[in-house]
Design a binder for this molecule. Structure first.
Ligand SMILES: Cc1cc2nc3c(=O)[nH]c(=O)nc-3n(C[C@H](O)[C@H](O)[C@H](O)COP(=O)(O)O)c2cc1C
Length: 175
């Protein structure tokens, strides 16, 4: 059985989780941009940062898989919003469902981790996206704000880091 950890990370929090997971499981970790022959692997653990609901690099990577029949796939999302929140979890899963073929989704285990953000490091496009998003939710009445909105408002323009390696334990158990 051959295993691989693949990650999609812009600012490094997902990469940190992937590298720690690699250390603890002895499975090689590589960025999705460097994946060559994905069909050689039976077990694929994909970690991706959440960007406007999408999992960075996930659909591009999944598209390279010819057949799911001999494979086990684990998808791990890394986002700013609290993954304990059920509505948040459902939104992330619904988004993943839309981004990968049905037969893949049904065979995939999904986990959610919390990352971080440092606004001083965001590129222009990401800064602009966050500003637009912030402006669209900041004046909503509290009961109308989702936990995603709340996390964004609380952390807007700041540097926060929720990376917690102990949250990898349940993924290691699954592997
Ligand atoms: C433009 C932008 C969009 C984002 N969209 C989401 C999102 O939809 N849901 C979420 O939970 N976090 C979102 N985040 C936060 C990132 O998922 C978080 O910073 C994550 O740790 C990034 O991973 P990375 O450091 O590996 O790139 C967004 C961040 C940026 C800059």
């Amino acid at each position: 059985m051959s295993n691989i950890i693949i990650y999609g990370s812009h600012y490094g929090t997902t990469k940190q989780y992937a590298e720690e997971l690699s250390k603890r499981t002895n499975i090689e970790a590589i960025s999705f941009e460097n994946v060559k022959e994905i069909n050689d692997y039976n077990n694929i653990i994909y970690l991706g940062g959440l960007y406007a609901g999408g999992v960075l690099g996930m659909s591009k990577t999944i598209k390279k898989i010819n057949t799911i029949s001999n494979k086990k796939i684990i998808i791990v999302t890394v986002g700013l919003s609290d993954p304990i929140d059920e509505v948040n979890k459902k939104n992330i899963r619904d988004n993943i469902k839309r981004q990968i073929p049905k037969e893949f989704f049904e065979k995939t285990k999904i986990f959610h981790l919390r990352g971080g953000i440092d606004y001083s490091r965001l590129n222009f496009v990401h800064k602009t996206m966050m500003k637009l998003l912030y402006n669209s939710v900041k004046n909503l009445p509290e009961e109308k704000q989702t936990s995603e909105d709340k996390a964004m408002i609380e952390t807007y323009n700041k540097k926060v880091n929720f990376v917690d390696f102990s949250s990898l334990d349940e993924i290691i158990n699954e592997i």
